[in-house]
Design a protein around this ligand. Structure first.
Ligand code: HXC
Length: 259
């Protein structure tokens, strides 16, 4: 596996963990880190079943895009930086396997946007979320004006985007930004337990559930319902559907092959 300067990658039992590793800069996303993240996503083993993304240290998930790199950009360079972030986050979002953001501290600006590109967020009680870009004279640029609204609704997203205020983990949970809040020392244990629970299920059925919910988010109700019917039908062409239903009827645990 390649070595990276700004991220760490670990893998165990089909779960890959990517850690943004610039703790001294609160894991701020500079170009190099985004480029490494993209390379790591592209290099993922096809056998991977689930990805966890988190931040190094006990203070930050990611405290935003790197302000020192953005300060002197031209308009064209600013747009190019935003495009890079969008490309990387789109790659993360469109992975077939589930992606969990384990938010261990500050998730601000580009950090909140990175977490939003995951399927869901599990937060430590120390997590803080926000889109403070307006306090720096810019807008959100890695999808915050898009994915945040879709996750928590337009009005709540606008409040965060206009005020730039940080919210605590329990508020993030209350408004549906974080799925769960756990004690700081328990975050990875809980994320591992969720990963293990997901991996008890048929891999293809999980990834098709992801694909269908993503299609549903972006489509009219009728088209999304037709898509779900097609996806459901597709499952019956898999070994694992036969195995899953037969195992139920035989009162035994299923044994998945992933297709
Ligand atoms: C660059 C950052 C940074 C960032 C923190 N640091 N956030 N460097 N970009 N986003 C650096 C600090 O400069 C400092 O470096 C070190 O990390 C520790 O941070 P401190 O500020 O000393 O820590 P603390 O006082 O505890 O404050 C924590 C904090 C604060 C509240 C999270 O760091 C903060 O407000 N950071 C910026 C948050 C932000 O505005 N994010 C949005 C960025 S815009 P030194 O070298 O001094 O020790 C964005 C746009 C995305 O994300 C879209 C782009 C297209």
């Amino acid at each position: 596996m390649s070595t990276y300067e700004n991220i760490l990658i670990g893998s165990k039992d089909g779960v890959v963990r990517i850690t943004i590793n610039r703790a001294e800069k609160l894991n701020a996303l500079n170009r190099a880190t985004l480029t490494e993240l993209e390379a790591a996503i592209l290099a993922l083993d096809p056998e991977v079943r689930l990805l966890v993304i988190t931040g190094a240290g006990d203070k930050a998930f990611v405290a935003g895009a790197d302000i020192s790199e953005m300060a002197d950009l031209t308009a064209e360079q600013g747009a190019s930086f935003a495009r890079l972030g969008h490309e990387v986050l789109a790659r993360l979002e469109s992975l077939e396997v589930p992606v969990i953001a384990a938010v261990n501290g500050y998730a601000l600006g580009g950090g909140c946007e990175l977490a939003l590109a995951a399927d869901f967020i599990i937060a430590s009680e120390k997590a803080r979320f926000g889109q403070p870009e307006v306090s720096l004279g810019v807008t959100a640029g890695f999808g915050g004006t898009v994915r945040l609204s879709r996750r928590i609704g337009d009005a709540r997203a606008r409040q965060l985007l206009f005020t730039g205020e940080m919210i605590k983990a329990d508020e993030a949970y209350r408004i549906g930004l974080a799925n769960e809040v756990v004690a700081a020392g328990e975050l990875m244990t809980r994320v591992d337990a969720i990963a293990a629970k997901i991996m008890e299920n048929a891999p293809r059925a999980v990834s098709l559930s992801k694909r269908a919910t993503r299609f549903g988010e972006e489509s009219e109700l009728e088209a999304a319902c037709v898509f779900e019917q097609q996806v459901f039908g597709l499952c019956f062409a898999t070994h694992d559907q036969k195995e899953g239903m037969r195992a139920f009827l035989d009162k035994r645990k299923p044994s998945w092959i992933g297709r």
